[in-house]
Design a protein around this ligand. Structure first.
Ligand code: ATP
Ligand code: MG
Length: 401
């Protein structure tokens, strides 16, 4: 059907170039969903009949990188931005792959382990996860395609509905449960009854999900401006117990409430463009009240930095992300942010803090805590924004033993 959407003109150009080279091409996924809800898309996903190599031929080797081994995609670099361009795919016939000995018994029968068969746009639409994520928009012709026939209605009414048999779709790829709950948390969508029942009976399958995909989704949760809402939806549906058991066990605690309060303020600042959407900053914030607790302080009362707080910081960071884990660079960076909190809150400047590794994030965490809890006007002014000081050469993080 004809439709007008305020698509970023650069994306329209990208689509136009691929179409002019003879390849059927659309904008798809979250961007269309967001535009239809009058929200600004975070990024754009493009879906095309062109293979990754053909995409590279159209835009040139300098701007396209082909990534992924099992699921190959073209990344088009436009200035600082990266646009994901994926080729139409169909659901793999016969699920699974050759399994290692013994593995086939434990894996769910229908789990998808290889997903690289190209297909038509209709086939591509059928393998997408939810109706609200399965609209295709051609910004050149201004044409909106709704293959499920339900996508537009579901967006209007705020319904998360799996495409096809929900139980099978969650079994094929358990990461979809997490994705459903993100939609619930972020947009306040409700879940269609069949999808919801299937989710409840599939929760424990999450342990079969690919660890790298899960940790990628976790990074997205933490970097987005909705992490607090996502975590609440994970908790409400009983998913947190399987996904982040440490947080699940402490959900009703004072420390958890404080962590969510800090995260909400951090998300507000990200949404308003006040501060960057750093994953390590969000990670540090989530861990902070539990570090305080394990050092014998109450949430919001900082620990005594002279005590053995470094071990506590490391232990808590590890515990929060078990069993999936979090990328090492984020953990390292969160650790440094946390190490600076106690001395900064006490305004103890021995000359080594300003400009230290993690300083500007640490200053932001301090400012968030100050806003939420302490309201001490001197505190923020005491610590200069990094650029106020002549740079003395950035300190490298000490090596972790
Ligand atoms: P966001 O705003 O977080 O980017 P999104 O829906 O665009 O949301 P992406 O991870 O960018 O999420 O995925 C793009 C699209 O790819 C989705 O909208 C969906 O159609 C499809 N997709 C992603 N993950 C899956 C999956 N596990 N199974 C089926 N389809 C998926
Ligand atoms: Mg997207």
């Amino acid at each position: 059907m004809k439709y007008t959407l305020p698509v970023d003109p650069r994306m329209t150009e990208v689509v136009d170039e691929l179409q002019s080279a003879g390849f059927e091409t659309y904008i798809v996924g979250g961007a269309i969903r967001d535009l239809l809800m009058d929200r600004r898309p975070k990024d754009y996903d493009i879906s095309t009949a062109a293979t990754p190599e053909q995409v590279r031929n159209v835009f040139g080797r300098r701007s396209v990188r082909i990534i992924g081994r099992r699921f190959r995609l073209a990344h088009l670099h436009l200035g600082k931005e990266i646009i994901e361009i994926s080729t139409f795919r169909r659901a793999p016939e016969g699920h699974g792959r050759e399994t290692d000995e013994g593995e086939s018994e434990t894996l769910p029968e229908n789990i998808i382990l290889s997903d690289n068969d190209y297909g038509t746009v209709e086939e591509d639409a059928r393998r997408r996860d939810f109706t609200v994520n399965a609209l295709y928009f051609d910004p050149v012709q201004e044409e909106l395609l709704d293959f499920s026939g339900q996508s537009l209605d579901d967006i209007r009414h705020g319904v998360v509905r799996a495409i096809g048999d929900p139980r099978l779709r969650f079994e094929e790829d358990p990461v979809r449960m997490l994705r459903a709950l993100k939609l619930v948390g972020q947009y306040d969508f409700s879940m269609d009854a069949d999808t919801e029942n299937a989710l409840f009976s599939s929760l424990e399958l999450i342990r079969f999900a690919s660890p790298s995909r899960l940790s990628l989704e976790l990074e997205k949760v933490l970097s987005s401006a909705y992490g607090d809402k996502h975590l609440k939806a994970f908790h409400d549906y009983g998913f947190l117990e399987y996904f982040l058991p440490f947080l699940h066990e402490r959900w009703e605690s004072e420390a958890m409430r404080y962590a969510l309060e800090l995260l909400t303020e951090r998300n507000y600042r990200v949404d308003e463009g006040v501060y960057r959407n750093s994953i390590s900053l969000a990670t540090a914030i989530l861990a902070l009240p539990f570090v305080e607790e394990s050092c014998g302080s109450r949430p919001g009362d900082l620990w005594d930095p002279s005590r053995d707080s470094l071990a506590a910081i490391r232990d808590i960071l590890d515990a929060i992300f078990r069993p999936q884990g979090m990328i090492r660079s984020v953990m390292m960076s969160a650790e440094h942010i946390l190490r600076l909190q106690a001395p900064m809150a006490r305004m103890e400047d021995d000359g080594s803090i300003v400009g230290a590794y993690g300083y500007s994030h640490a200053r932001e965490v301090l400012s968030i805590q100050n806003f939420v809890r302490w309201q001490n006007p001197e505190l923020q002014d005491f610590w200069p924004a990094e650029h106020d000081r002549p740079r003395r050469g950035r300190k490298r993080p000490p090596r972790r033993r």
